[in-house]
Design a protein around this ligand. Structure first.
Ligand code: MG
Length: 421
């Protein structure tokens, strides 16, 4: 699909803003203040006394062709649909630019390429233009007033594109990397996990072999809803790769009775962690599953913000977190979730939403900064073709380098946005 530029927003006259604090604004501010009471405030670059205003927010729909079969990027007939994204470019009043990327995955959660683009253009860009570009917490509070949280953060994948662009911009404004801005050094490369989601058992060994040829030694397995298939799948993967880290992800696909029956058997088959066995809202089910003590239980889909994570920790519903910045509105809250999980001794694994280019760079920066040494389920390089970067990522011996340049450490090629990746 050809990418088209759209939605350039002009700087809004500050004088048009109302000086009166409405009830909605007050509630939005109170919400942000409540979060701040729990977690540290993040104002990038504020310590250096810089002031940059957001002048333009632009969006560019960019779709990537997929390679092989991945269940979230096929239609009802099993035909590949491609991987939709929306690239976000934010320009400050001094010309500094930041790039972000939203990765809507409608078959994983409700956001679409169209909803991301129209929400940014019609609802988020108008409340961001004219704001301090380095006040990222303030940007989130403004976004959450415009698109309010329901039970949890509204349209987090959309907001993540903005968040990534603001971190990229803030770090570039001071000539530093995002990790440097956080005061973290971290590790230089990330070991990757190969995703297996076979339709039939005969597909397993060829898929493992394909991963091996690409240099991978660790495997992330999509399971549910069929426990018999899942146990055999995990047995075969463990047999073929006995030294690899075996991580199973059910994407909320079991009911409680099935989960209680299958979890000890998955442990016997060699699975080391099980992610999201039940739908995200089955909280008492998670309580019951943890009583089994058969496998570490990670959550993914349910951790849309650190507020939920804090509640789930208090309720004792999980052993760890499968992190992905796109799920929780970007790096700002993803960083908080890692810090919160670590304070409570929880396992943190790096995951993703089949992230390309800028979204992948953000995940690598985060996981590198926080020393995530377990294999990360970042399967963008496995399933996606093409790139909009001047220097595309390349997996070598099953590892990816953490970008260390200014901002998120990658350079976007605007010509590739125009022509398609
Ligand atoms: Mg998952």
């Amino acid at each position: 699909m050809r990418a088209e530029r759209s939605g350039m927003m002009r700087m809004r006259d500050e004088s048009t803003k109302s000086a009166v604090c409405s009830r909605r604004e007050f509630l939005g501010g109170a919400l942000a203040a409540g979060m701040g009471a729990i977690l540290p405030r993040m104002s990038a670059g504020a310590e250096e006394g810089k002031s940059l205003k957001i002048a333009r927010v632009e969006t560019f729909p960019v779709s990537y062709k997929t390679v092989g079969r991945f269940k979230f990027f096929e239609d009802a007939m099993g035909r590949p649909t491609g991987r939709p994204t929306v690239v976000v470019k934010i320009t400050a009043d001094d010309g500094t630019q930041g790039w972000g990327q939203s990765v809507p995955t409608p078959r994983w959660s409700y956001e679409t390429l169209e909803s991301v683009q129209t929400t940014i253009e019609r609802h988020l860009a108008p409340v961001l233009i004219g704001r301090d570009a380095l006040d990222i917490d303030g940007a989130h509070a403004a976004m959450n007033r415009a698109i309010a949280p329901s039970f949890s953060t509204g349209q987090p994948i959309c907001k993540a594109g903005i968040d990534l662009a603001l971190w990229d911009l803030a770090a570039r404004a001071s000539g530093r990397s995002v990790a440097d801005l956080w005061g973290l050094r971290g590790i230089r490369d990330i070991t990757m996990s190969w995703t297996l989601n076979p339709v039939k058992l005969d597909d397993i060994e060829p898929l493992i072999e394909e991963g091996r040829r690409a240099g991978y030694r660790n495997f992330n397995v999509k399971v549910a809803p069929d426990p018999k298939f899942d146990i055999e799948l995990c047995r075969r993967v463990k047999k073929a790769a006995p030294d690899g880290f075996l991580w199973a992800d059910a994407n909320g696909g079991y009911d409680l009775a099935t989960a209680l029956e299958v979890i000890p058997k998955l442990a016997d088959a060699g699975v080391e962690v099980l992610e999201q066995p039940l739908p995200a809202n089955r909280l008492t089910g998670y309580r019951d599953i943890r009583k089994l003590k058969a496998l570490p239980i990670l959550m993914d889909e349910g951790l849309v913000s650190s507020a939920e994570l804090e509640e789930f920790i208090k309720l004792g519903l999980l052993d760890g977190v499968a992190m992905k910045p796109a799920r929780c509105g970007g790096l700002t809250d993803a960083k908080r979730q890692i810090e919160l999980a670590r304070r409570h001794g929880l396992m943190v694994l790096g995951s993703g939403l089949t992230d390309p280019d800028i979204s992948l760079a953000a995940s690598l920066v985060l996981y590198g900064a926080f020393d995530l040494t377990r294999p990360a389920a970042l399967n963008g390089p496995q399933f996606l073709q093409g790139s909009i970067l001047k220097k595309p990522f390349k997996v070598e011996s099953g590892r990816l380098r953490v970008p260390t340049g200014p901002g998120l450490g990658v350079e976007v090629d605007p010509a590739k946005i125009a022509s398609g990746p």
